[in-house]
Design a protein around this ligand. Sequence first.
Ligand code: FAD
Length: 164
Amino acid sequence: MTASEARQRRVVIVGAGFGGLSCARILARQPGYAVTVIDRNPYQVFSPLLYQVATAGLPEDDIAYPVRAAIPGATFCRGDVVRIRPDAKTVRLGDGTVLPWDDLVLAVGSTGTTFGVPGVAENALQMKTIPARGHRRRGAHGCRAVGRRSRAPAGDAPRVPVDL
Ligand SMILES: Cc1cc2nc3c(=O)[nH]c(=O)nc-3n(C[C@H](O)[C@H](O)[C@H](O)COP(=O)(O)OP(=O)(O)OC[C@H]3O[C@@H](n4cnc5c(N)ncnc54)[C@H](O)[C@@H]3O)c2cc1C
C-alpha cells in the first residue's frame, strides 16, 4: 500500500444495484476514497426488463450487466455479507472474509410484500431476481410445480445481522 492509498478513506458499499453502483461511480471519481463494492452476484440486474425476460421477449443476458465493468476505479468483491460490526467497522462475508471500512453504505435493496392481502403469499410468484424470473417463465409454460417449490415465502428474505 502506498502512502497516498493509506490516507484514503475506505468506503465499502454493500449491494451493486442501482443505488450501490451510482454511489460507487460518484465516489470512485473523487480523490481520497478507496471504494469497494460487495455483491453476492457479479452482475447487476436491470429489473424494469424482468417482465420481458419472463415472457421470453428478451434473453436474460440482455438485462444482466457485469458489475466490474460498471465501476471503473472501484474494487468489486463477490460475496454475501452475513454480518456487520459497527464497533469494529467490519463486514463479514459468507466465506469468512472480513473487510474493514471507514464508511459503510448499505444499498441492499428491498424484499417484496403482500400488504397482507389474503392468498397472495400462497399463489403469487415474486419477480425480483433473474433466478426468480426463470421460475416465472417455467411457470408460464405450465410447470407450476417448479414455481411452487422455488418460491420463497414473502417477507422471508435473509437479513444481515448487525452487532449493535
Ligand atoms: C420487476 C420490477 C420492475 C421494476 N421496474 C421499474 C421501473 O420501470 N422504473 C423504476 O424506476 N424502478 C423499477 N423497479 C424498481 C427498481 O428496480 C428498484 O427501485 C431498484 O432496483 C432499487 O435499487 P437498489 O440499489 O436499492 O436495490 P437493488 O437494485 O435491488 O440492488 C440490491 C443489491 O444488493 C445485493 N445484496 C442484497 N443483500 C446482499 C448481501 N447480504 N450481500 C451481498 N449483496 C447483497 C443484491 O444482490 C442486489 O444486487 C422495478 C423493480 C422490479 C422488481
